[in-house]
Design a binder for this molecule. Structure first.
Ligand code: BT5
Length: 320
């Protein structure tokens, strides 16, 4: 019902009379008044006038009800929202095991055990950032699953660019950067048979409104947020909707046209290629110039000796 009211407000520029709302929603005038109170309690700024009715002045920074009104496709058609969760990827995996639909979104305001790759943690304080996981059931072979991470990075970088105008780029394999600092990260988890992917959970974390001094001191020098880069806060609702739209678009490109267009776009958005980097792969360290990524998404390093080295997993540090 609250979603219907938000939709009605957005259809109309001016005031909506209490009478019209009560007629269209099939509820009494006093029930309309109560709904306005619930919306205000959720942070919506609504002007009320006895003569003219109600008008939406401003939406809150985050609203699950408003998010639902912005979703047009299959990604995010089903949303599971939790105020607090250990990790959206963990819940998404449990739900995927139970058979929830392709495109289901698991979203949280805060994570107590946010996961990075390789057992690392993802800092996930409340009321500021995006923690989302999307369940996909792609008909692809496990060996092609890296492309899901690549297409998600492309989608997330493009969504940030479109929504905020910030020049977000991608650091191999899964970091979203702005001004060479980490704005977000992607954690792809997979359940598969030997020959096919059963489901994949794509976890995306993006620092939106966290302030620089709220990062712990070890992360502060390497991390940033939309707010820090734009100099003002940005509504999470709009960015989440934008990410879902771009994800669905790039997923369709991948399934219909194959990996090449996704890899081309990844290369355009990459801040890694052409740079001198240090790559840490397990206990080994390689230094060289990142020259390309191959068809599997592996990073190709030209070592100082001139030898080309393919790297499939690991971390890189930009040297200049
Ligand atoms: C990643 O790992 O970049 C993947 C992050 C995925 C997080 C999302 S949130 C929704 C979903 N549910 C989850 O539980 N996870 C996903 P990695 O490349 O391993 O980077 C982790 C490293 O980044 C840490 O060791 C820190 O150094 C740093 N870090 C941790 N939290 C950060 C933050 N909020 N912003 C920037 N850097 C951070």
């Amino acid at each position: 019902m609250l979603e219907d009211i938000i939709r009605m407000f957005k259809e109309k520029d001016g005031f909506l009379s209490g009478e019209e709302m009560s007629r269209r929603l099939g509820i009494t005038r006093s029930a309309v008044w109560k709904k306005m109170k619930s919306l205000r309690d959720k942070g919506f700024e609504i002007e009320g006038s006895t003569a003219k009715g109600y008008k939406l002045i401003k939406s809150p920074e985050f609203s699950i009800e408003e998010l639902k009104t912005l979703i047009k496709g299959d990604f995010g058609k089903e949303i599971v929202f939790r105020e607090t969760i250990d990790s959206t990827n963990t819940l998404a995996t449990e739900l995927a095991e139970k058979g929830v639909a392709h495109g289901t979104l698991v979203l949280a305001d805060n994570q107590t055990k946010g996961k990075g790759r390789l057992g690392r943690m993802w800092l996930s304080p409340p009321k500021s950032n995006i923690y989302m996981s999307i369940i996909l059931r792609p008909e692809i072979a496990p060996k092609d699953a890296t492309m899901l991470t690549m297409m998600s990075a492309v989608a997330a970088a493009n969504a940030v660019r479109k929504a905020t105008g910030l020049k977000a780029d991608i650091k191999w394999p899964n970091d979203l950067l702005v001004s060479d600092k980490k704005l977000g990260g992607i954690l792809t988890e997979l359940k598969s048979d030997p020959d096919r992917v059963i489901f994949s959970v794509i976890g995306i974390g993006i620092n939106v409104n966290i302030k620089q001094n709220n990062f712990p001191s070890d992360i502060r020098p390497i991390a940033t947020s939309v707010r820090e880069e734009m100099g003002k806060s940005y509504p999470r609702t709009l960015l989440i909707a934008g990410i879902l739209e771009e994800m669905e678009k790039w997923y369709k490109v991948l399934i219909k046209k194959g990996r090449m267009p996704v890899l081309e776009e990844w290369k355009k958005l990459s801040s890694t290629l052409g740079r001198k980097v240090k790559a840490t792969v397990g206990n080994e360290i390689f230094t060289g110039t990142a020259t390309d990524i191959d068809e599997e998404g592996m990073l190709i390093l030209k070592l100082q000796s001139g030898v080309l080295k393919r790297i499939s997993a690991g971390d890189i540090t930009m040297l200049r």
